[in-house]
Design a protein around this ligand. Sequence first.
Ligand SMILES: N[C@@H](CCC(=O)N[C@@H](CSS)C(=O)NCC(=O)O)C(=O)O
Length: 402
Amino acid sequence: MALAASRLKALLSPVLHCKPTRLFARYNVAAKTAQLSKSGLRLYCVRMDSTGVLFRQLFEPESCTYTYLLADADTKEAVLIDPVLETVDRDLKLINELGLKLKVAANTHCHADHITGSGLLKQKVFGLKSAISKNSGATADIMLSDGDTISFGKHSLTVRETPGHTDGCVTYVTGDQSMAFTGDALLIRGCGRTDFQQGCSQKLYKSVHQRIFTLPGHCLLYPGHDYKGQTVSTVDEETKFNPRLTKPLDEFVKIMNNLNLPKPAKIDIAVPANLLHIHLPSGGRRDQRSCAHRPGSGDSGRDLKLINELGLKLKVAGCSQKLYKSVHQRIFTLPGHCLLYPRHDYKGDRLSTVDEETKFNPRLTKPLDEFVKIMNNLNLPKPAKIGTVLFCSYCMNSRKYQ
Ligand SMILES: N[C@@H](CCC(=O)N[C@@H](CSS)C(=O)NCC(=O)O)C(=O)O
């Protein structure tokens, strides 16, 4: 019993050791053992202050990602920061159990190591809005800029742009500046890597020093990941003990240039999926072509293995009916003289016109049923890189997302 109590105290120390400011004296802090993972015991924190912010820190063990749930205890309006695809059902169960109304799924950035849960959540929660920085290159219902706020009941989160790990990284700060959700800009005693996705050590250093370390010293810092079982820190702690960011800029840059971290295992899938499907079919950009241009496409065997491991169903087939409707309603309705530039051509034709295609396209001038038959009998070999490239159309077609 005594051992359990001392262990709990040790686990809670980052929270309990915060300066007991007037604000914190009002916090009722409790913690509950939540999950066991590779790296040991995990917590999720339960905090409610007298102003009525309900808070949960949730953990996804495979990518070591933290998802944060914040809600107004009176109105029950809630925001979920950085949901992960694999834990959407767990998060929704908790949200329902607590009787909350999830309003916004807010991403701190376009993740490279896991697929955001925003899209799937949008399928499951009527009226839910996704949010991400306008600098992220991704699409969402709410495209955030510095200083924007996300409200939940009488509470809000303010957006601070903190680029460096990626161009579109933001930190969400509670209205009273008692908590900040730093995504991958600042990790506990660490920081996000800067070796891909527009990463820039100089930018990251400036972001952390100017936009995070300038918050009140007692401000609790909640990172996007932790790989060692740490759950929370404070501005005071990180300005004193962060082994990278307490260094002068030139030393920081050297450290970052020599991290030699392996690429995240899911980067080839996560980045395109997150860029294109921050919100999935209910309105996201459905541009399959873009997938081919995302960095890192390559090992389709590995990607297929991962898709299987994730229990996803790869359904790469398009839908002839949808395509027919799209072309007839959205392309053939353009002016007859409109020049059409295809994405690919295998015969050397570089352009056509609406007039020409409506008259001479051997497939699309046919009635729908004939078109479907033609399409079902093309018998083309699968593109060599299908595992990587068409992951995105998987997202568009899988029943899971429809
Ligand atoms: N092994 C993990 C990826 C670990 C990793 O690279 N984490 C990123 C954040 S997710 S892109 C990072 O910035 N780490 C910084 C650090 O110092 O660890 C995987 O394969 O997913």
